[in-house]
Ligand binder design. Structure first.
Ligand code: PAF
Length: 293
């Protein structure tokens, strides 16, 4: 019998994972009231685009503890992570497995510090956009990379999601950082879907060069051409998705810019380097997000 799953963070990604995982185990999705009400009214979460349909799942709009032995998937945005984990901490016991899936750097370290226990840091390329309460557009079935944990890997695979166990999760964290450092700020500033950015190769290359340079200082040997190819493959694969940063700007919310471009700039400075292109996008996104809020 699979472990139950508890999802903290019912945005586009958390809701999507809840819908798909509910086919193979009990899922408790913690959602805001309008989203929770719509899910109950429809008899589940509505997915459009890939695998359209209504997916039954259990939703709570009042904070509730995870079931004993649950896999706790934390899918809140990076800027909400610390507070969400502080609220979660009193409910956890050694039977729970905590998995963090945010964009950006420093996530595992932050989670382990706040919870005082190890967590599983996963990297996912699933792409989704929140359309309306009770409705998520499932825009790309991307792979999820997990460090050694067979149970979480099995849950993913049983629910039909591609997943791979990897020894070097740090490499995937850095690759995803490069992808997010190109796609997220550019899409948020230009107001375009990810696929449109394929036309901006020289801009993407400049940003990737800076990420690769910082990664090397941190002991991650990435290659510019290979990383750029991965960024472009991600643009292609998620071409119809509205990036999470564009969704945040459009909704007048805070963005993850400090966890992505901001992290590249801060680490560059710590190593006596500069990352002027990432710095420029960081400032422009901050300005755009403030103007939109
Ligand atoms: O943050 C996002 O939007 C996603 O990480 C990705 C992979 C760029 C797809 O839109």
């Amino acid at each position: 019998m699979s472990r139950p799953v508890y999802i903290l963070g019912a945005g586009a990604l958390g809701s999507l994972l809840g819908a798909l995982l509910s086919s193979c185990t009990r899922v408790q999705l913690q959602a805001r009231s309008a989203h929770a009400r719509a899910i109950r009214r429809q008899g589940g979460l509505r997915l459009s685009a890939t695998r359209p349909g209504v997916y039954p799942l259990e939703v709570d709009d009042q904070p509730r503890p995870p079931a004993p032995g649950a896999v706790v998937l934390v899918t809140v945005k990076a800027f909400d992570l610390e507070e969400a984990l502080r609220e979660l901490a009193p409910w956890l016991d050694p039977s729970h497995l905590v998995v963090v899936l945010q964009n950006g750097l420093g996530i595992r370290h932050l989670a382990a510090r706040v919870l005082g226990r190890p967590v599983i840091r996963a990297v996912t390329f699933m792409a989704a956009a929140y359309e309306a309460p009770g409705h998520v557009a499932f825009n790309a079935m991307g792979k999820t990379y997990l460090p050694a944990n067979g149970e979480v890997l099995d849950l993913w695979r049983q629910s039909g999601m591609p997943a791979e166990q990897v020894d070097d999760i740090e490499t995937y964290i850095w690759r995803k950082l490069a992808i997010n450092a190109v796609i997220n700020p550019l899409s948020a500033l230009l107001g375009v879907c990810n696929g449109e950015l394929l036309q901006l190769r020289p801009v993407a290359r400049g940003l990737v060069e800076e990420v690769v340079q910082v990664a090397r200082q941190e002991g991650q040997i990435l290659d510019v051409e290979e990383t750029l190819a991965k960024v472009e493959a991600s643009m292609q694969q998620t071409s119809r998705n509205t990036s999470s940063m564009l969704q945040d700007v459009q909704a007048g919310r805070q963005t993850e810019i400090e966890w992505i471009s901001g992290a590249v700039v801060r680490l560059a400075a710590a190593h006596g380097l500069q990352a002027p292109r990432n710095q420029m996008l960081r400032e422009l996104v901050r300005f755009t997000a403030e103007a939109a809020s």
